[in-house]
Design a protein around this ligand. Sequence first.
Ligand SMILES: [Fe+2]
Length: 388
Amino acid sequence: MVEEEISKSPFEEDKEVPKEPKLSRKSRWLKALAYIMVVVFVITFLCTFYFLNKEYGDEIPELLFDASAEFDISGMYDADGTLHPYPVIETDRDEFRILQITDLHLFYGGWPGDNKTFALIKDMITFTEPDLVVFTGDIAFTIFNSRMAERIVVLMKEFDIPYTVTLGNHDCWGKGTKHKIANTYHNDKQCVFPYGPTNIALEPGIMSVGNFPIFIKNPDGDIKYSIICMDTGEKYQGDYAYISEKQKEWYTWLMDGIEQNIPALPSIAFMHITMFEVSLVPAGNIAGMVNERFSRQGKNIGMADEMLKYNVKGVFWGHDHTNDYIADYVNPEISGNILKLVGTRSVGYNGYGRSGVDKGGRLIRLDLTSGEFIDLENSTVTSTMVYA
Ligand SMILES: [Fe+2]
């Protein structure tokens, strides 16, 4: 009783202290939900504003593929070092090393997953000492796609190594249009990225960019290998896009032209989306890991059969993050060749993965004397291997 009197102020004696009405549990949830909705609305508004302010980039110069034109191999040799339709990389070794890196799925460049991905890429380049780095698409995963392309340019400045890119389905979904992304890589002298022909897409109005060959020259100055990069597009008619008939026609024209000048020149190819034909290969002819269904191109247009007509050793892609395999594609009706269809695991920590599947890439070693792969079966480079 005494304690109660001491704790009370004399002024409060006759005053009713207004009590805040206690919110029911339901009301508290509604209040929290309202706050969340406001925050989501503001973020959506800002993102939409940012996204709508698209970066269109510069117009890509028209280069029309004409199947009746003759392939001019002299276009391969550039005297002044400028990038031309048929770039050449010189090496002073009899072995040419290519590091394939795929599906980075960068958010905005500073996310913890982005930093881990950048660190792994740097480690892999240092570890493998490649002559060329090939990014096979899905570099970006958010609306900041043009900024992520610029980050790759900055990243590669740390290494005195040429690199090239095949665009992935995610690379063109964002603030930057496909023009803008292509401009970024094309304008970087370290990046071997000619635009290629502008009239070989699935249909007019769709853009296919970055279809081009790269030639490898040995210490004697002889062309010993060709690397063909192809754009597999994005989505088309409710499925993943696919290599167009026009692209295939261009490929045939190019390979025929090379064949006439340098018979049986060994070749490999890079692209982003898994080729349809891999789903036709019997499981017994596939070595490595197939952890997920092939998210392959939407249609089989006979591209693998076309490749079997030439001395093409293999085709490399990414797209299916947790697959890492080498499939032997054969068709005795076309030729006795074996075409290696190679799916490479993703490097990006933001993209989906699978426990037990380390992030990584693939080192492809080309023997410039024999034209064969050197130990392709053991070419996977993983995060544990690099960090071990
Ligand atoms: Fe993809």
